[in-house]
Design a binder for this molecule. Structure first.
Ligand code: PEP
Ligand code: MN
Length: 265
């Protein structure tokens, strides 16, 4: 496989421009709300990122929701507004693309296309993202194996797009005490098998706000190249995933802990 270390020994470095990288040997920190909600919310999260020297912001404008009645995102207009505010502050945008028809319209406004867990094996979407000259982060499927994640990455890489990032976000198991089971085993295994950068999402991985920091730090120590977690000014008021979202004080503390832990690794 092209994503395998046997094919390419040197770690792949994903360059987002302006000296922002997701790569082996660095610790990428990506934070932001589950959903992009309002202009005021965008401004507050961008300011939080700037204050804490966090260069990448996450957020969904197209939201895959289990219920069709739940908030499904602000769509392209929300993305344009977010891009205007974030780019002026030098913040890169990580956001989910749900279908092939969105790739082109999103292109001017995104820095990393996120493929969500539910689309991890949407092979048409992966094929199309393989033709794009922009970074792609693929999340592990809800019940996806490590091998399946690597095969999904292979679709994009073999299409010609080598700006690829893998993300462990927890898998579905028999355990119901947590939202998902964050599979930290996957980190050293993916790092050994593939040259691609690997990041960890402790928010979706455990789904419980007060436990997100320790799982994030466990992710750092397991060898991850970055952490992506959800934050919001008032998590209780978030339109989605508030129960696993950190407030800004918690997020600032976690970002500092991530950096300290990485420095000790
Ligand atoms: C998200 O990042 O908010 C999200 C929907 O994640 P996942 O695809 O991992 O469930
Ligand atoms: Mn979420």
């Amino acid at each position: 496989k092209l994503v395998s270390k046997k094919w390419k020994a040197k770690p792949t470095s994903v360059d987002l421009g302006d000296n922002v990288f997701i790569k082996d040997g660095e610790m990428a920190i990506i934070t932001g709300p589950c959903s992009i909600e309002t202009e005021e919310q965008i401004r507050k999260v961008v300011a939080h990122c700037v204050e804490n020297d966090i260069k990448m912001m996450r957020g969904g404008v197209f939201k895959p929701r289990s219920s069709p009645y739940a908030f499904r995102g602000l769509g392209l207009e929300g993305l344009k507004l977010w891009h205007e505010i974030a780019s002026a502050a030098g913040i890169k945008i990580v956001t989910e693309v749900m279908q092939t028809s969105q790739i082109e319209e999103m292109y001017p406004y995104v820095d990393v296309y996120q493929v969500g867990a539910r689309n991890s094996q949407n092979f048409n979407l992966l094929d199309e993202l393989g033709k794009v000259d922009k970074a792609v982060m693929i999340k592990r499927g809800i019940s996806g194996t490590i091998e399946e994640l690597l095969q999904s990455a292979e679709y994009v890489f073999s299409g010609g797009n080598e700006k690829l990032i893998l993300c462990e976000r927890g898998i579905r198991t028999y355990e119901s005490a947590s939202r998902n089971t964050l599979d930290l085993n996957a980190i050293p295994i993916l790092k050994a098998k593939s040259h691609l950068p690997v990041i960890v999402d402790p928010s979706h991985g455990i789904g419980i706000r007060s436990y997100v920091p320790q799982m994030a730090l466990a992710g750092v120590m397991s060898g991850a190249d970055g952490i992506i977690y959800e934050s919001h000014e008032i998590p209780e008021k978030a339109y989605s995933d508030g129960q696993q979202t950190l407030d800004f004080a918690q997020s600032a503390r976690l970002a500092a802990w991530i950096r300290e832990s990485f420095a000790m690794r």
